[in-house]
Write a protein that binds this ligand. Structure first.
Ligand code: PRP
Length: 207
């Protein structure tokens, strides 16, 4: 069976619809229930829902042959997988944001709150700017409001969260979207099937 890890949630549902249109359907997945894996024996396929940030782990370790992960996760954790295709969905950007009117005092270490410590460190290293990373797991926007940090590095999609918390984008670090990734061994041993899937799904990508 070809094992496919999908990110649980709205993005995963959008991606599954692309796979379905591409000829890799698994009707059971559309039934309302709390199951986490679904098989289509006729097509020799198994899908499973995992937490978005875990997809790359399943794929890297071979529990999934392929999967869909955000570029943010790939940049942050650098899993040892092949990135095969930009699916063009889940588009957003990794940004530096700060309270409106903020100016950086270059004589002081900049305090940066983020879920993406590696991306933030690499970005500021490239600028030669000293930072103190404050790792958080969510509600990052609160950090500068409460004085826990000066700025944040986080994902911005519509910009609503920033606006409603009186923060503004200072810099865009990198654009983000969902990527199709493959386990390196699967890519060799299941090359024909994976190639076929990549070709079919790539026709569903909206540019
Ligand atoms: C992300 C991000 C922002 C928000 C941005 O959070 O961390 O908080 O989305 O979206 P917007 O620009 O459309 O407002 P997510 O929903 O992934 O939740 P979390 O950070 O609490 O995990």
């Amino acid at each position: 069976m070809l094992n496919i890890a999908l990110p649980k949630g709205r993005l995963g549902e959008k991606v599954y619809a692309m796979f379905e249109r591409a000829g890799f359907a698994c009707p059971a997945i559309r039934e309302e229930n709390r199951r986490l894996y679904f098989e289509n024996e006729a097509l020799d396929l198994r899908y499973f829902w995992v937490k978005p940030s875990d997809v790359a782990i399943y794929v890297e370790r071979g529990a999934a042959d392929i999967g869909v992960a955000g570029k943010d996760i790939l940049l942050e954790y650098r899993p040892d997988v092949y990135e095969l295709l930009d699916l063009g969905v889940g588009r957003c950007r990794m940004c530096v944001a700060a309270p409106e009117g903020f100016t950086d005092d270059m004589t002081r270490t900049l305090r940066v709150a983020t879920k993406f410590s590696n991306i933030a460190s690499a970005y500021y290293t490239s600028l030669g700017r000293d930072i103190d990373v404050i790792p958080l797991n969510g509600s990052i926007e609160l950090a500068p409001i409460l004085g826990l940090s000066d700025v944040i590095v986080d994902i911005v999609e519509t910009g609503t969260t920033l606006r409603e918390n009186h923060l503004a984008v200072m810099e865009t670090i990198v654009p983000i979207s969902a990527r199709l990734i493959a386990n390196k061994a699967s890519f060799v041993f299941r090359k024909t099937r994976i190639d076929e899937l990549v070709r079919a799904v790539s026709r569903e990508v909206q540019t």
